[in-house]
Design a protein around this ligand. Structure first.
Ligand SMILES: N[C@@H](CCSC[C@H]1O[C@@H](n2cnc3c(=O)[nH]cnc32)[C@H](O)[C@@H]1O)C(=O)O
Ligand SMILES: [Zn+2]
Length: 433
């Protein structure tokens, strides 16, 4: 266990708007923050093994990416500019069927590398071959909430259940506590009622949550209405899905009753504005969700529908999109957008000790170098992070008390090797077509 002291940075604790320490000091012991305040606030008995000079930097909680499909990073810019079902059926699913073990490894490593370099410290992933994903996450140093995507109408529906159970039983709490797990029934349109009920029982028995795509497109609404006479939210509610903790990705097409159900059942939403814009799925009623008291986190979705995993950019998109959608420039102001990208994202994943800078929280921190022309002059620091900063301004990333990037050099993996191997895998995958 080593002790880390970060000195001289401006600390955005994210607890509330005014909880900022200029020339601050953060003490980290092992994986936890033990104190945060102005210079001189660290307990006298604290002995640092390492002191990081944060002068000129802003330190804040790392970003929490609430919805990804990590290994799909291999499919970045492979299939673009088409609607969801055509994109999945014609392009993505046929290629995923050809993926080999090395693809899951290098695809996830590339995803983790990109996320660390853009300040993400935690992500929620839904994919398959999750042992390989978990091993890559363990190597990368990231924190992750992993689920095995399950398509109830597919030939491998039963295998997917068995593999999900294995993931939860073998990986929950592993990698020094950095990995948690969920069950991942893919979506209302791929999971029939009996399948959903089985998965809910498994989640309850294993005391973990569910990660699922919900109400992503207008087509989905029509299909579920046609089959069951219900909205996707009502359909999931009727089948007991919301009786366990749920992370619902997208939630684009919701009516007032849906929003009331989400609030009443404490469903957490992973809002993915860039994926929703790119696939022209629509605009999630985020302001209505927030007004109703629903917890909303932010996600990129995969690099095949975004096409990057940059949470700083996603936060800006989220803020701008709500302003356009509502015609109200006050909608989702910078502090609220940043809370969504950090603190509330952690809550959405059920991580109570992640997403804030305060004693007792996990030390997941990023240092943003503000000594850049586009970050002068300094008025409102939250506005700077959301509207002016670039993820390449992020200098240092700390996860679970460990420095994983310093001076923009990632310490947990060989960056060049990851890019080279990912290109090789992608070339082979597409070459097999
Ligand atoms: N096909 C897998 C299991 C599904 S994992 C999760 C799935 O979600 C898919 N996916 C990615 N983005 C989206 C989206 O925006 N909406 C719905 N599905 C998506 C992704 O391609 C992946 O197939 C199997 O062989 O068992
Ligand atoms: Zn998705």
């Amino acid at each position: 266990m080593s002790n880390l002291l970060i000195q001289g940075a401006t600390v955005l604790t994210m607890e509330e708007h005014d909880a900022v320490f200029k020339d601050g000091e953060i003490a980290v012991a092992g994986d936890k923050i033990i104190s945060a305040g102005p210079r001189g606030s660290v307990p006298g008995e604290f002995k640092a093994d390492r002191v990081l000079d944060g002068s000129g930097m802003v330190v804040m909680p790392g970003f929490v990416n609430c919805h990804t499909h990590a290994a799909m990073t291999l499919l970045r810019s492979y299939a673009d500019d088409m609607p969801l079902m055509q994109w999945l059926n014609e392009k993505i699913w046929p290629l995923e069927a050809k993926m080999r073990p090395e693809d899951f490894h290098w695809g996830t490593m590339l995803c983790c590398l990109e996320m660390i370099k853009s300040g993400t410290t935690t992500f929620a992933d839904m994919y398959f071959e999750m042992d390989l994903v978990a091993l890559a996450v363990e190597m990368s140093g990231l924190r992750a909430c992993l689920s095995r995507g399950m398509i109830g109408v597919a030939a491998n529906a039963k295998t997917a259940v068995d593999e999900s159970i294995k993931l939860v039983e073998e990986w929950q709490g592993k990698a020094g506590g950095r990995i948690t797990t969920m069950f991942g029934p893919h979506a209302p349109y791929t999971c029939p009622p009996e399948y959903l009920k089985k998965v809910v029982k498994l989640a309850a028995d294993h005391n973990v949550g569910i990660h699922i795509h919900v109400a992503e497109t207008k087509d989905e609404i029509d299909q579920i209405k046609g089959n069951y006479g219900l909205t996707p939210v009502q359909y999931l509610d009727e089948n007991g899905v919301f009786d366990v903790p749920v992370l619902a990705a997208h939630c684009v097409h919701l009516n007032k009753d849906d929003i009331a159900i989400l609030k009443q059942k404490n469903v957490r939403v992973a809002h993915c504005p860039e994926s929703n814009m790119k696939l022209a799925s629509g605009i999630s009623p985020v302001i209505e969700l927030l007004d109703a008291g629903v917890v909303v986190g932010l996600g990129t979705d995969s690099a095949a529908s975004n096409n990057n995993l940059d949470m700083m950019e996603e936060t800006r998109s989220a803020a701008l999109l709500q302003k356009v959608a509502t015609g109200d420039p006050m909608a989702l102001p910078s502090f609220a957008a940043l809370r969504m990208a950090t603190t509330d994202g952690a809550r959405a994943l059920g991580l109570e000790d992640v997403g804030l800078i305060k004693p007792g929280m996990k030390a997941d921190l990023i240092l943003v170098d503000f000594r850049r022309p586009h970050l002068y002059p300094r008025h409102d620091l939250y506005a700077h992070v959301v509207y002016a900063a670039q993820s390449s301004d992020i200098d240092t990333v700390i996860i679970n008390g460990k420095i994983v990037m310093e001076g923009r050099r990632v310490l947990t993996m060989d960056e060049k090797e990851v890019m080279t191997q990912a290109q090789k895998c992608a070339d082979r995958l597409v070459g097999e077509e």
